[in-house]
Design a protein around this ligand. Sequence first.
Ligand SMILES: Cc1cc2nc3c(=O)[nH]c(=O)nc-3n(C[C@H](O)[C@H](O)[C@H](O)COP(=O)(O)OP(=O)(O)OC[C@H]3O[C@@H](n4cnc5c(N)ncnc54)[C@H](O)[C@@H]3O)c2cc1C
Length: 428
Amino acid sequence: MSQRIEHTNSYYAYSANPSPERPALAGSVRADVCVIGAGYTGISTALHLAEAGLNVVVLESARVGWGASGRNGGQIVNSYSRDMDVIEARHGKEAAKRLGAMAFEGGKIIRERIAKYNIQCDLKDGNVFAAFTHKQLDELDAKRRLWESFGHTGIQMVDKAGMQRIVNSDEYVGALLDNWGGHIHPLNLVLGEAAAFESLGGRIYEQSAVTEVVRGQAAVVKTAGGQVTADFVVVAGNAYLGDLIPMLAEKTLPCGTQVVTTERLSPELARSLLPGDNCVEDCNFLLDYYRLTGDNRLLYGGGTVYGARDPGAIESLIRPKMLKTFPQLKDVKIEFGWTGNFSLTLTRLPQAGRIDNNIYYSQGCSGHGVTYTHLAGRIMAEAIRGQSERFDAFASLPHYPFPGGRLFRVPMLTLGAWWYGMRDKLGL
Ligand SMILES: Cc1cc2nc3c(=O)[nH]c(=O)nc-3n(C[C@H](O)[C@H](O)[C@H](O)COP(=O)(O)OP(=O)(O)OC[C@H]3O[C@@H](n4cnc5c(N)ncnc54)[C@H](O)[C@@H]3O)c2cc1C
């Protein structure tokens, strides 16, 4: 028997709500829909379908939330990794209008679910985009106008003086505060959603890596111990999918990003760092992101290791960034450090589509997926139930393979990361 795969040693696994170990798939099972992967994309889709009365089976290689969904910064960031102005310039007004109409829906789905299923995941409101330069501040003001033109009514610009009420750091000249954003304990969110799915009769099998998908009017999804025959399949393995479906792997690049959490801080020290208890991401291309946890630790992430190599010393990578923002933490210990993979696309926009009419996929949120994956779950569920307009708005965007093929995409992106790092340093 192969070895069990447990959660990575993160602060989130340490502070996870109790959750049952699910059995591995054994034997043959029939379902309306088989979902591959139990992160936000998979569980969100499964829950939407179960709410509509469908019989859904989820197969997960490791544990529920084992991938990016259980390791991320926990920041509820609205819209997409590239905004509606870029979508309009590349794909036209109609595409921007259709995607723009859904740009703030993912965050609403998360809040609805937390309320409906009473999920304990430390939800807090407010997401800050912090600017180092006046040029970045002007770009944030343009984002504010753009989002308002798509119906957002909860955003405001913050000047240098106002920053003291939000982030106690001298690094920034101002910010954009999105009150519809916020933060959560990401693993507890997906564990709660999985429990909600099971309460509606949904079945999840852990330690059940899918090894093959046999296409057909009823597809057969195989694992080492069994198989699921289903009318529809949803592929939700994202950066951890590997080569299961090579045409999906070619279009994305798994990237690692690193996160640390400090020891518990006194409530006074914690609040002095982030008086508004908001989450923050800065405006650099290779951005830092941070927030307080429910038990008053500073959680700080940043850095991008292209090609998802395991970083040798996460603390030595992140600690200098953290101290640059908050020098007052110089004597504070780091208690947890981990890495997780997200999936990058060439356009930075997510990729959704169908293979043969009955195999759906969504991947490639490019580091900005907490909200989009929840939206993706809803629109894939709608499409499977016959309402595909909103899914097709995403599926009609072009997907490009990474140039240079598998051998060269990592070196090319490393070069790209170096260039953008220089650009951030020089304030260009
Ligand atoms: C460290 C880090 C910080 C981040 N911070 C933020 C943030 O603050 N805000 C934000 O918006 N986004 C953030 N992101 C991105 C966000 O976490 C992801 O976009 C999102 O969680 C992706 O969800 P997913 O369900 O598509 O993929 P995942 O959560 O990775 O889930 C995929 C699952 O599929 C399973 N799987 C893969 N292959 C198979 C197979 N063959 N058989 C069975 N199961 C399989 C995996 O085991 C995994 O559990 C961050 C990502 C990382 C890594």
